[in-house]
Design a protein around this ligand. Structure first.
Ligand SMILES: NC(=O)c1ccc[n+]([C@@H]2O[C@H](COP(=O)([O-])OP(=O)(O)OC[C@H]3O[C@@H](n4cnc5c(N)ncnc54)[C@H](OP(=O)(O)O)[C@@H]3O)[C@@H](O)[C@H]2O)c1
Length: 236
């Protein structure tokens, strides 16, 4: 399967690209400049000469021609980038990993973009695609170090079950990562915002945290699971 990454020249997109290539996906690193993408790909391949990674460079239009497309731009570039390749995204699964955040002094603060999340704004910009929001909480440095597995859960939300399922199957290929179905795309608002908390923890504890949830049965072991009674919740 080919996976194209829009804005794949940044730390997040290039790290995800190399990790996905390390588990057998064919990756296209996309950019507004094909030459910048070529520089980044050359650097990645130089770093891992023995791994025979299938990573190629292109502009964002080339990356958008892949089977599955990831959006790895800053939050305020996601809408415009998706729109610029809208035709190529039609009827595809588009994985949005962008977080709307700002830093004020030493504090990271979440921003609320139009429609509540970056992922929802991309879905509105390109209604014909199927957006899944995922990978928001995975630190780029650890993601890009393919000599070590990365321990992390990946929250996935989408209004299309097939987009959640396909994204889950991609995550499952990565050793020690666990996909979790977090519901519909409205959950992208708290998922994206929560990244500000993680970045604040990184500053406070001088580290790079990832997320692991307890209490979730292993796959295949959840048939009898009932929603717990949560006081004050209509859904409980
Ligand atoms: N860094 C992390 O650890 C991490 C982890 C999980 C999720 N994320 C999220 O992933 C996204 C990318 O993170 P990053 O740290 O890699 O960001 P970044 O370096 O700031 O941006 C990534 C790439 O996006 C392109 N870009 C920049 N501004 C743009 C604009 N206005 N319009 C279109 N494209 C633009 C650039 O590529 P070209 O100039 O080559 O086009 C840039 O290399 C962010 O939304 C971030 O919140 C980051």
């Amino acid at each position: 399967m080919q996976i194209g990454i829009l804005g794949g020249t940044g730390p997040a997109g290039s790290a995800l690209g190399v990790r996905l290539a390390s588990v057998g996906f064919d990756v296209i690193i996309g950019s507004r400049s094909r030459y910048r993408a070529m520089e980044v790909v050359d650097k990645l391949l130089d770093e891992w000469p023995d791994r025979k990674l299938s990573v190629t460079a292109g502009d964002n239009a080339a990356a958008a021609s892949a089977d599955v497309v990831v959006i790895a731009t800053p939050w305020d570039g996601a809408y415009g980038t998706a729109t610029s390749v809208a035709d190529a995204l039609d009827s595809k699964v588009v994985i949005c990993m962008a977080n709307a955040l700002t830093r004020i002094g030493k504090e990271f603060q979440p921003l609320v973009p139009p429609r509540g999340s970056v992922a929802a704004s991309v879905q509105a910009a390109v209604p014909g695609c199927r957006v899944a929001a995922a990978f928001h909480h995975v630190p780029a440095k650890e993601l890009g170090d393919i000599t070590h597995p990365i321990e992390s859960d990946v929250l996935i939300c989408s209004d299309f079950q097939e987009a959640t399922d396909l994204t889950s199957s991609i995550v499952e290929r990565i050793p020690n990562m666990r996909p979790l179905d977090a519901g519909g795309l409205s959950q992208a608002t708290p998922i994206e915002s929560f990244t500000a908390v993680l970045l604040q923890l990184n500053v406070r504890y001088r580290t790079r945290v990832a997320v692991k949830f307890t209490g979730i049965p292993e796959r295949g072991d959840d048939s009898d699971t009932q929603a717990p009674d949560i006081a004050g919740s209509d859904e409980a």
